[in-house]
Unconditional design. Structure first.
Length: 430
């Protein structure tokens, strides 16, 4: 039995939902540890196709306890809608719990996110406008409202009054919009509180109990390493850490308690929102990948920017996450490509960079240095054994392993649960 973290290796949308869904089959607990409803995990299973924004993908398995950890920012309206949607499809949500320490996204967070993006105009980050920046800013500024606050109406009212007083000053004076009503928010959030009360608990002790009694725990990340506020393409990043290290903090575990860290990478790169992406293809190849892979934001519907695999960024992601192995997804998208490029270095002025720059302005100027590999001319969607994959596909994976200095454990060859091929796979639950 073990604790496994599953994290995104690129700019999010790598297919973590599918990998978590696969591993959750034999897990006892799945804990989401960061982000908020800016994330969208698509899962295709016998119940249908679902996009989960907050609820861990383990919810489809009746024996799995699902936790939304303290590191997640929760929009209660989104959570309740998601629960109702699952219940409508006959999925039991009775094993879902949320941390009393998780911060709540309030109406002023989403409003401020929107107003701030409008104000930035051409310099906008391209956020999902779900209130993520403002809610995590309030968390560290020590003025946030947490799920546990909903359990004590008087305390909640006092905290909300104090927070709203300042937010309304900002809204009216800085952005010149109407103030928000204390009574309306209070009543609305008390109703949410009533519905969510049975789920709210000190999940740290629930997770601790599972770990100390030898249960299998999966830590489910959101977004990807290159959106990390410290190590990503700052300021074009999200506002909570998507790294495996955040799995400890966002669930309430110590670093020594994580046994394995799986990084999910797409066979190519994609990014949604603004910010540098050296391998972006603004041509028919990029468009072809986008259409074939349905690369449109699961949360916002925005078209994703697509490009060749960036091994410089990928290597950095392996290092900062301390990855044990990789799940490579969407390899089938390359079926029929005459050749496939991989970025192995960046050219910056007269220099060749092999490490990921810390400055987004430098990365913006970087030109990719490519290596070109042979493509394969057959469909791999029905293949279930590594040895039966075309030689070129195996060579492509082998080259990625060399460039990233990390083994590939699994490769996904289509959206369905069954479309997975073990590569150097060792099940974490043996
Ligand atoms: P925010 O997290 O909504 O503040 O957005 C900040 C940046 O992160 C924007 O570029 C978003 O497009 C990006 N982002 C946030 N969540 C996701 C995700 O789940 N997948 C991909 N990009 C994301």
């Amino acid at each position: 039995m073990a604790v496994i973290a599953v994290v995104g290796g690129q700019w999010g949308d790598e297919g973590k939902g599918k990998v978590v869904d696969l591993l959750a089959e034999r897990a006892d607990m799945v804990v989401r540890f960061s982000g908020g409803d800016n994330a969208g995990h698509t899962v295709v299973n016998p119940y249908g196709e679902f996009t989960l924004h907050l609820i861990p993908s383990g919810i489809f398995y009746p024996r799995v306890t699902c936790i939304i950890g303290n590191g997640v920012a929760i929009n209660p309206a989104v959570l309740l809608t998601e629960m109702q949607e699952l219940q409508k499809h006959g999925i039991d949500t009775g094993r879902l719990f949320i941390s009393d320490r998780a911060h709540l996204i309030m109406p002023y967070h989403t409003l401020l996110d929107e107003l701030e993006e409008e104000r930035r105009s051409k310099g906008a980050i391209g956020t999902t406008r779900k209130g993520i920046g403002p809610v995590f800013a309030d968390k560290v500024a020590r003025v946030g409202i947490r799920a546990g606050d909903l359990l004590d109406k008087d305390m909640f009212r006092n905290r909300l009054r104090a927070a709203l007083e300042f937010k309304n000053t900002v809204l009216t004076k800085a952005y010149e919009v109407s103030p928000l009503s204390l009574e309306e928010i209070y009543d609305q959030y008390c109703r949410y509180g009533q519905q969510l009360a049975p789920l709210i608990r000190d999940t740290t002790s629930t997770v601790r109990e599972a770990v100390t009694t030898g249960h299998s725990v999966l830590l489910e990340g959101a977004q990807g390493a290159l959106l990390d506020p410290d190590f990503g393409t700052y300021p074009y990043v999200t506002s909570s850490s998507p790294l495996a290290g955040a799995g400890c903090i966002g669930a309430g575990l110590g670093p020594r308690e994580i046994d394995r860290v799986m990084g999910v990478f797409k066979a190519y790169n994609s990014r949604v929102g603004a910010g540098p992406m050296p391998t972006e293809l603004k041509d028919e190849v990029g468009n072809f990948i986008r259409e074939k892979a349905r690369e449109y934001g699961a949360t916002t519907g925005r078209p994703r920017r697509c490009g060749w695999f960036d091994a410089v960024a990928g290597r950095f992601s392996v290092q900062i996450n301390g990855l044990s192995d990789i799940a490579l997804t969407h390899l089938d998208i390359y079926d029929g490509f005459p050749s496939i490029k991989v970025c192995t270095a960046y050219r910056f002025n007269d220099e060749v960079l092999t490490s990921f720059p810390s400055d987004a302005a430098v990365l913006e100027e970087c030109q990719p240095v490519y290596e070109e590999l042979d493509g394969w001319q057959q469909s791999i969607g029905e293949t279930r054994e590594f040895d039966r994959l075309p030689t070129e596909a195996r060579d492509y994976m082998s080259r990625l392993e060399d460039l990233l200095s990390c083994p590939i454990g699994l490769v996904s060859v289509g959206p369905d649960r069954k479309q997975i091929v073990p590569v150097k796979w060792i099940s974490p639950w043996e």
